[in-house]
Design a protein around this ligand. Sequence first.
Ligand code: SF4
Ligand code: SF4
Length: 72
Amino acid sequence: METDQRNGAHVEVLIMIASTEKCMHCGACVGSCPKNAIFLNEIVLEFNENCNKCGRCVRICPAGALKMEAKK
Ligand code: SF4
Ligand code: SF4
C-alpha cells in the first residue's frame, strides 16, 4: 500500500473508483463536485488532479457506483 509520508504524516493515498456496470450516467456526481474534477464520457467517469477526495460525489451517487479506495 502506498502512503504519503510528507511532513512525517502517515496518510493513505486514496483513489477514486467508478463502476461502469452500476453507473447510469445521470451526471449527479459531475454537478456535485466542488472542484470540477469529474468528467463523464460515454464509457467511464474520469477524475482529474483537482479531486481532493472530499467524498461528496460518492455520497450523492444514487447508484452506489463510486467509491474511494486506498491505492495499493
Ligand atoms: S452520480 Fe453515480 S450514476 Fe450518476 S453519473 Fe455519477 S457515478 Fe454515474
Ligand atoms: S471526491 Fe470530491 S473533489 Fe473528488 S471528484 Fe468527488 S466531489 Fe469532486
